[in-house]
Design a binder for this molecule. Structure first.
Ligand code: COA
Length: 353
């Protein structure tokens, strides 16, 4: 069982006192079209190769007890050598389409959030569109690191609300094993590969998928980055930890305020799944009860922008998430970039396969 970090622990680590909810800088603009966006289906895909903590401890100076206590992670999945990430991403999209009761022909826009595309160019999205049979659909990659899925979801909702697209596939897909320094015990334990997707289309529900608090601070870039030449993630772990908790809490308070809700209105809080202690600390600061928190790092580790759709998919399978639920999403990543959004889960009741 991973330790829970209390507010006092955070203050001792040098964290600022409880962040005040960020001031509301802009109200959600009225949607001129009257259209609303909603989330319809979810899908996920994981590679078959499992790397346990024991596998890492066999070659680095670390151990299962330390990793579980500090991160909550027991194992992670890695793509097979030569396996394209697009294959995994496309599988998650096909499952999301089935779950939504839609077909590839319905898709007019594919947005893939990734920092680990198979090639520098072209991006992953055109390959995903091809693999799922969304011929001719617009297809674009988004790079906002571990916050990328929220940015992509925001863009998908905006396309639907403006009437520029009817049905958008939003996929987070990462092969972080390609960016990991497998000799560095401080980071080698943290990351895994995976893909998750949701379908966004015009919806009926009040809250839908309509407004996100998104922010950035480029001055913090040197705390978490990968250089083009080196292609290895470098990180000041404890600094990143401190900022991740504070920024996700701030953004979630602000998103709740915009939605006219409070933390106790959340049926589920789904934060970027980097480390169970970060998520538990953020939930404690927000005042969200532990049973309303999605914790999905144990078997998949940090899958960057795939982590939120993977956690949504897992939460639904575990019966923790039901159609109509009010869900708080929060993410934080390299940039720094971060954000939060309050969404209503699924427009219509649909039984997952
Ligand atoms: N096994 C054993 N010991 C390890 C270790 C490992 N895998 N990794 C680091 N250590 C050691 C360090 O060398 C250090 O030893 P020292 O005190 O002798 O110098 C000690 O553990 C403490 O290191 P520190 O980095 O301060 O640990 P931590 O409690 O901050 O935990 C992380 C490290 C990486 C787990 C934690 O900082 C973290 O999760 N940060 C955020 C990571 C993240 O989520 N990044 C992505 C955000 S999108």
């Amino acid at each position: 069982m991973a330790d829970v970090v209390t507010r006092d622990d955070l203050l001792q680590l040098g964290a600022r006192p409880a962040p005040e909810p960020a001031p509301v800088r802009r109200r959600w603009p009225p949607r001129p079209t009257g259209l609303r966006a909603g989330i319809f289906g979810v899908g996920a895909a994981l590679p078959e190769r499992v790397i346990t903590n024991a596998d890492i401890a066999a070659r680095l100076d670390t151990n299962d007890e330390w990793i579980v206590r500090r991160t909550g992670i027991r194992e992670r999945r890695n793509l097979a050598d030569g396996q394209p990430l697009a294959e995994l991403a496309a599988r998650s999209c096909e499952r999301a389409l089935i779950d939504a009761g839609r077909s590839a022909a319905d898709i007019d826009h594919v947005i893939v959030s990734t920092i680990t595309a198979d090639r520098v160019t072209p991006g992953l999205a055109p390959d995903v569109a091809l693999r799922i049979g969304a011929h001719g659909a617009a297809a674009v990659d988004v790079n906002a690191a571990c916050a990328g899925f929220l940015y992509a979801l925001d863009q998908a909702a905006a396309l639907v609300e403006s009437g520029r697209a009817r049905t958008v596939l939003v996929c987070g897909a990462e092969a972080l094993s390609r960016l990991t320094d497998h000799e560095d015990r401080g980071t080698a334990i943290l990351f895994g590969d995976g893909a998750g997707a949701v379908v966004v289309a015009g919806g009926e529900m009040d809250l839908g998928c309509g407004g996100f608090e998104l922010h950035s601070d480029g001055a913090a870039a040197d705390l978490l980055y990968a250089e083009v030449d080196e292609r290895k993630l470098r990180m000041e772990g404890s600094e990143v930890y401190r900022h991740a908790v504070a920024r996700m809490v701030e953004a979630t308070f602000a998103a709740l305020e915009r939605a006219g809700l409070g933390p106790t209105d959340l049926d589920l809080f789904v934060a970027h799944q980097a480390n169970s202690r970060i998520i538990e600390a953020a939930a404690a600061e927000l005042g969200v009860a532990p049973e309303r928190v999605a914790l999905h790092v144990e078997h998949v580790a940090n899958t960057s922008s795939a982590s939120i759709p993977l956690a949504l998919w897992q939460a639904e399978r575990d019966g923790q998430l039901r159609p109509g639920d009010t869900v708080g999403l929060a993410a934080f990543g390299a940039g720094f970039v971060w954000g939060a959004g309050i969404v209503r889960w699924k427009e219509r009741v649909h039984v997952c396969a």
